[in-house]
Design a protein around this ligand. Structure first.
Ligand code: DAH
Length: 509
């Protein structure tokens, strides 16, 4: 960054701190700046932080200790440490037995013990024939104080001392005193010593103008024209900023919501159905013969518990049986086999959402437009293309004059609103005639992929449900749409909570 720009972007506080650093005698601490500039410590620290990040100052951090006297040490500073008091007693009285010392000294019992201990340790006295006598070292000490005693007096005088400010001798004295209980209060403190860097010096040489900054541009400033006189600090639009990952909807959920929104806007009503479904609703009432391949164990999840699901009204079950066996009154021949109600009772995890449409037709009279979105289950091995669980959007339109062409129109409208190009191919489903498969176009790959089925429900489906109008129906996969949208090749991405990927997606696509 060039110097002019740095100067332009300096905050008032930063300028003040720089000026203080120019003027003060090193070593300079933040407290020194607080005093000289009459600034608040928080402002100084924050200015120092940003000056440091711009490389204008360097801050050396170190740990120091603050020493303060205790109540006891203030007392000893006047009267002398216990060993000094006893030394003086011995000098007055001559050698004494321990019991005599106890009697004659003005110290309490523990202090006397401490005193005798330290007399020995400092070699001020020795024990001979049960009595305590001053040594020659002790005699000398009567004339002068030890460095621990000097420190104690200084502490009592000054109230507090920084360890780093002590001479080596007194530092040793501190160690000695600190071994003793109750003589010192010691607090660790962090120290900051601030230095100007060469860059900082260059800036000061250029000269800094300290003037009030406008922090806001108000309505009034604009109206009165005062803004022309105000001084605004430059902004660094390239400054680093923290990367934040706001919460957002999961991409699969997002496309589901989008689909829901499209159908609601197209005037469809939303319905739901159970995930654990009877084979009856999942297969039989959709005219899917009981020996149909899709009903095999290797394709469908049969549920152990509950093994059976309640069937609807007997009359509906009976009609479905007839339709399967010989077409009933539909004019069709049916599938020509013996229909088994036990097979229809079995519980399955629904393999498609078409059963929701069938249930809806039983409960509601046309004209109607209904859609449902939900999870469906198939026994698939998990691969990049297949999951045993995925989502479908299903829908029906039932009314007197609904045609297959209307169905194609609805599907085209839906995919267009989602932003895809669609085409239709003939297909086969047991429950529809005419039937079609929708394919959407992938421009990057220049191919079409199949996304779902649709058709006009057959009379074999509608008669037992007592629906008298044509019904256009469709069922479309959702995961593939999501994959195309998100440009992913592996369907598992949608279910793996890959944080890196999820974070990389836009919050508002
Ligand atoms: N249920 C079919 C499937 O899961 C899709 C389908 C085809 C749904 C035709 C329909 C339809 O409603 O009419 O593949």
């Amino acid at each position: 960054m060039d110097i002019e720009r740095i100067i332009d972007e300096l905050h008032l506080y930063e300028k003040k701190v720089l000026k203080a650093l120019e003027k003060l005698e090193p070593p300079i601490s933040p407290e020194d700046i607080v005093k000289s500039e009459k600034m608040d410590i928080k402002a100084v620290m924050s200015a120092l932080g940003s000056l440091e990040s711009k490389g204008l100052v360097s801050v050396h951090k170190s740990v120091d200790k603050i020493l303060k006297p205790t109540h006891a040490s203030k007392k000893y500073a006047i009267k002398g440490l216990p060993e000094r008091q006893i030394l003086q007693l011995l000098s007055k009285e001559g050698p004494l037995e321990i019991s005599e010392i106890m009697k004659k000294s003005s110290l309490d019992k523990t202090e006397n013990k401490v005193a005798i201990g330290w007399l020995m340790r400092k070699k001020w006295a020795k024990i001979e024939d049960n009595t305590i006598k001053i040594t020659s070292e002790g005699e000398k000490s009567l004339e002068r104080l030890g460095s621990d005693e000097i420190l104690l007096q200084e502490l009592a005088e000054k109230g507090q001392i920084k360890l780093s400010s002590l001479s080596d001798k007194l530092k040793k004295a501190f160690k000695l005193l600190n071994q003793r209980k109750g003589l010192l209060k010691v607090k660790k403190v962090k120290e900051h010593e601030i230095h100007l860097t060469d860059k900082g010096k260059t800036i000061l040489e250029r000269g800094l103008e300290i003037r009030e900054e406008a922090t806001q541009l108000t309505h009034d400033d604009l109206k009165t024209g005062r803004w022309k006189k105000l001084y605004y600090r430059g902004y660094d639009i390239h400054a680093e900023y923290p990367i934040i990952f706001p919460g957002k909807m999961h991409p699969l959920k997002r496309i589901i919501e989008e689909i829901r929104d499209i159908f609601l806007k197209m005037g469809f009503t939303e319905a739901r159905g159970p995930i654990i479904e009877s084979a009856f609703w999942n297969f039989d009432c959709l005219f899917q013969p009981q020996d149909h391949a899709a009903r095999e164990m290797q394709d469908t999840f049969y549920v152990k518990n509950p093994p059976e699901t309640k069937l609807p009204d007997k009359s509906l079950v009976e009609k479905v049986r007839m339709v399967h066996e010989d077409g009933g009154s539909t004019g069709s021949e049916g599938w020509q086999y013996k229909w088994d109600v036990e097979i229809a009772k079995k519980s399955v995890l629904r393999t498609h959402t078409t059963c929701v449409s069938a249930r809806f037709l039983l409960e509601n009279k046309p004209p109607l437009k209904m859609f449902s979105i939900g999870r469906v289950f198939r026994r698939e091995t998990i691969t990049y293309k297949h999951l045993p669980e995925f989502h479908q959007v299903e829908g029906i339109v039932a009314a007197e004059n609904v045609t297959f062409k209307n169905l194609l129109g609805i599907l085209r409208e839906f995919y267009t609103r989602l932003g895809f190009k669609v085409r239709f191919r003939p297909a086969y489903f047991p429950y529809t005639y005419l039937s079609t498969e929708c394919e959407i176009y992938l421009p990057e790959k220049e191919t079409w992929i199949e996304l779902g089925g649709a058709g006009m429900f057959r009379p074999e489906v509608l008669e037992p449900l007592q629906v008298e109008t044509p019904v256009a129906a469709f069922g479309l996969g959702i995961e593939r749409l999501a994959m195309i949208r998100l440009g992913i090749e592996d369907i598992r991405m949608l279910y793996q909570s890959n944080l890196g990927w999820l974070r990389s997606l836009p919050v508002c696509p």
